[in-house]
Design a protein around this ligand. Structure first.
Ligand code: UD1
Length: 420
């Protein structure tokens, strides 16, 4: 098992390029099924979750191969509609394949994605929407059996703007006869990315980025070459890394318009952040200040995926900052690990109060989830001495190589085998 060894106390300097977005590419990989053709995904990040999606495509009879930083997926050979329990467990967001498989094959079978490290991960909104489109869905022994001789476009209303449900229903609606509208749709940039991809394949999807998405179904879709958008959570992580360690960095390819709430919080804390057409520059020279409360919310609110890394950046700030997590139940599991490093954090239900301390110290810690794991690295950059970050498979789900990028920025961080 691998771990990351981080020696804190080095300010950051330099430039890195931001990888393609994990949350953008996963629904696009599911969407490739709708084309029955070859698709070139340029700038596709090499991640554990991308590999898990590739294995799902292969299990369904499709193929995918890397050519440089492009992933070439060919879904012409699709010959199955069942996703095994093992593959479903590898990646909780695999539920996104349901809509696409159903649209292409008229049936789908996969195990029910249970809870995950962030708490329960229900898909009731996905299933209710698919049923309204005409799918018959039954569950036995934790396996979902879905059938739809003919999906029909309908007006759907989500009771909350779920990202995954919006994406799943967009994919199913592509295979439905007539027009589907999704009201109270999620507005995340990844939804816009999925729309752009589907339209590049010949689809007729509009409204993404607003809360009303419209899909004209049954358009013949074909392959295309598509550039994957930069990852806004990785961008937020490296900005928080610079805020934590201090220094001056440039994130090539990063876009500020997708993370305005994060940059606003970091500016309030004392960072100087400037965006230009090619990326984002961030300079942090002083000890940070605490900021007004941070409340996670659906886009364009403060992203729940950036909560942990911002918290880590503020551990040595002057004053106290209140965090309120409103999206997931179990998203403070990194807190106990940060406390091992000397952090002062009080949690009560969905609220966490971070009181800045002057010093953090290195400690053995373990990743509890993907973004919580990244937060441990962000904190370790500012800690005195060495931090050993264990269970980093969580981090590898969403960062191509966090140690390569942070080392390029001047951090002292290496990946080693445990016990060496
Ligand atoms: C996606 C992102 C994840 C991010 C999250 C919120 C991907 C691969 N993952 O996850 O990184 O943290 O958006 O921005 O894109 N809910 C229900 N019923 C449902 C679906 C969701 O109650 O059928 C609830 C969830 O439990 C959660 C909330 O809605 O409390 C938001 O979830 P959702 O937007 O669906 O997140 P994901 O798509 O799973």
């Amino acid at each position: 098992m691998s771990q990351l060894l981080v020696r804190g106390g080095h300010s950051l300097a330099g430039e890195v390029s931001i990888q393609g977005a994990k949350n953008g590419i996963l629904p696009i990989l599911a969407a490739t099924l709708l084309t029955g053709d070859q698709v070139e995904l340029r700038g596709c990040p090499r991640l554990r979750d991308v590999n898990a999606s590739i294995r799902i495509l292969e299990a369904l009879g499709c193929s995918a191969r890397w050519e440089g930083d492009s992933l070439l997926a060919d879904t012409a050979g699709l010959n199955g509609c069942t996703i095994s329990d093992i593959l479903m467990r590898e990646m909780r967001s695999s539920a996104i394949f349901l809509g696409a498989v159903l649209a292409r094959c008229g049936e789908a079978e996969m195990s029910y994605p249970g809870g995950c490290e962030l708490g329960p991960r229900p898909i009731d909104l996905h299933l209710a929407g698919l049923r309204t489109l005409g799918a018959e869905i039954t569950e036995s022994g934790g396996v979902l059996h879905c059938k739809a001789a003919c999906l029909r476009g309908r007006d759907l209303i989500l009771s909350l703007p779920s990202v995954g449900a919006t994406e799943n229903l967009m994919l199913a609606a592509c295979g439905a006869e007539g027009v589907t509208t999704i009201a109270n749709a999620a507005r995340e940039p990844e939804i816009v990315d999925l729309q752009n991809f589907l339209n590049a394949c010949g689809g007729a999807v509009s409204g993404a980025g607003t809360s009303a998405v419209t899909v004209e179904g049954r358009r013949p879709l074909h392959g295309c070459a598509y550039q994957v958008a930069p990852d806004r959570v990785v961008t937020a992580t490296y900005l928080c890394a610079a805020a934590s360690a201090g220094g001056e960095i440039y994130l090539r390819n990063a876009r500020e318009n997708h993370l305005a709430t994060v940059t606003a919080a970091l500016r309030e804390a004392g960072c100087d952040i400037r965006a230009d057409r090619a990326g984002i520059a961030c300079t942090c020279r002083e000890r940070l200040r605490s900021i007004r409360s941070v409340r996670t919310a659906p886009y364009p609110g403060f992203p729940t995926d950036a909560q942990a890394v911002l918290m880590a950046a503020l551990l040595r700030s002057r004053g106290a900052t209140v965090f309120e997590e409103t999206i997931f139940e179990n998203r403070y599991r990194h807190v106990d690990e940060l406390i091992r490093m000397g952090a002062d954090i009080q949690v009560a239900g969905r609220v966490a109060v971070v009181t800045g301390t002057e010093k953090l110290h290195g400690a053995p810690v373990r990743c509890t989830d993907l973004r919580g794991g990244a937060a441990l690295c962000v904190a370790a950059l500012a800690a005195e001495g060495e931090t050993a970050v264990g269970e980093i498979a969580h981090i590898d789900r969403g960062y191509e190589s966090i140690e390569r990028d942070l080392r390029t920025l001047g951090a002292d961080i290496v990946r080693t085998e445990m016990g060496i």
